[in-house]
Design a protein around this ligand. Structure first.
Ligand SMILES: [Ca+2]
Ligand SMILES: [Ca+2]
Length: 402
């Protein structure tokens, strides 16, 4: 990335919250090109050694979900305008097998489905990954039916400003998300990445709606299945990542929660937990089928049980890098309630804390990718961190404009 682009992004970050105009980013076209930052040999597993990426990146978690209802084209578009390197569609299927972007297949919290009397009889209770949920489920709707719904803010108490966008946006298909990414990449002159997540793969296999085949097919059809394409497929389960490792050359990320176990292992009676996955032996095992480790942020910067503050990093980043796995952490969010106590500002749980400082703390801990609900702040922090730290990160990375 050139210095000029960094400055533009920093300025943009300061302005987007107020203005949110993609026109501000027009100067970025013709500045940094994709090859400046991601030439051959800089992909996962081919970086500057020990699994560490050449330059940290920001992935927009469900889009710029701090500012717009999540998993909508507008949330993704804003994330791209804010300088996110990649956007994240979580994927669930429709009854006719089309992959759409929702965090959950149960959609009462993120759509207006409850206001549609014609779908009242679709309300039901299902057990997914061992937990009972009551509501409406994407797999009980055709794509045509789902397209009559409109998205709404998932956290209206926390993000009341976002409710202004309730009722405006459709549920996007994976294909529509990829079209947006292609069009915005061309318009801005930088290659925007995509990090799709397969949701509940064991459950969807059990109802005959396996996710991996349509995902791989779609990426292939769109010419996005070369290892150098900026695509990373994520999953909290292990079995479907092993399947995907045989099905595609696209990099894979093993998501690791702070508690519990991958549901495919639970279902199989395998006693291993997420904690077992991030031991040195667990990480070596992951590196046989996946290309990134994607732990919950508290696994990297654990919070003191008494003060709730972060202190020294755990061994997870160092051990993952040693196993050849760059580290992606989730999720950075601006509001106090989602932060360790040392990043909070004031006592209102919904008020913004110091996301900039939190982002820097994770970069200092050696993390390669930050997942953020507020990509503008994370991008500004990343750009500042790179300016400060690039000389110390060793020569020969091939980046212009130092
Ligand atoms: Ca996700
Ligand atoms: Ca499957």
């Amino acid at each position: 990335m050139t210095g000029m682009t960094s400055r533009i992004m920093t300025i943009t970050a300061a302005l987007t919250a107020a203005v949110a105009s993609t026109a501000l980013l027009v100067p970025a076209a013709g500045a940094a090109t994709d090859t400046d930052r991601h030439g051959p040999g800089h992909g996962p597993g081919h970086g500057p050694g020990h699994g560490q990426r050449a330059e940290p990146e920001v992935f927009a978690h469900r889009g710029a979900s701090g500012y717009r209802p999540e998993h909508t084209l507008e949330a993704y578009r804003l994330a791209i305008a804010q300088g996110a390197d990649s956007i994240e569609p979580d994927l669930v299927p429709t009854s006719d097998g089309v992959l759409v972007a929702r965090h959950e297949n149960e959609i009462s919290g993120t759509t207006d489905v409850a206001d549609h009397p014609e779908f009242a009889d679709r309300r039901t209770t299902k057990t997914i990954d061992g937990v009972a949920y009551t509501g409406w489920f994407t797999e009980d709707f055709t794509l045509t039916e789902l397209k009559t719904l409109r998205a709404k803010e998932r956290l209206p108490q926390v993000r009341p400003g976002n409710t202004a966008y309730d009722g405006l946006y459709e549920i996007p298909t994976l294909d529509e998300v990829l079209t947006l990414v292609r069009d915005e990449s061309r318009r801005l002159g930088r290659t925007i990445g995509v990090a799709p997540e397969t949701k509940h793969p064991t459950y969807f296999d059990s109802i005959g709606l396996s996710l991996e085949e349509p995902l791989v097919r779609t990426l292939h059809r769109r010419g996005l299945d070369h290892p150098r394409d900026r695509v990373v497929i994520q999953s909290f389960e292990t079995g479907n990542l092993r399947d995907l490792d045989r099905m595609t050359r696209v990099p894979l990320a093993q998501l690791v929660d702070a508690a519990g176990a991958p549901y495919d292992l639970v279902e199989a009676g395998d006693g291993r937990t997420y904690a077992d996955l991030v031991t040195r032996q667990g990480l070596r095992e992951i590196s046989r089928y996946a290309d990134y480790l994607a732990p919950a942020k508290n696994l990297v910067l654990p919070r003191d049980p008494v003060t709730g503050a972060t202190g020294e990093p755990s061994a997870v980043v160092e051990d993952a890098h040693r196993a050849g796995l760059p580290v992606v952490i989730w999720t950075l969010r601006a509001e106090n309630q989602f932060m360790a106590t040392n990043f909070r500002v004031g006592t209102d749980p919904n008020a913004p804390g110091d996301l900039y400082a939190e982002s820097l703390a994770f970069l200092d801990a050696g993390v390669d990718v930050l997942f953020a609900d507020h990509p503008d702040v994370a991008v500004a922090a990343r750009d500042a961190w790179v300016r400060e730290n690039r000389p110390g990160r060793g020569p020969g990375r091939g980046h212009g404009g130092r």
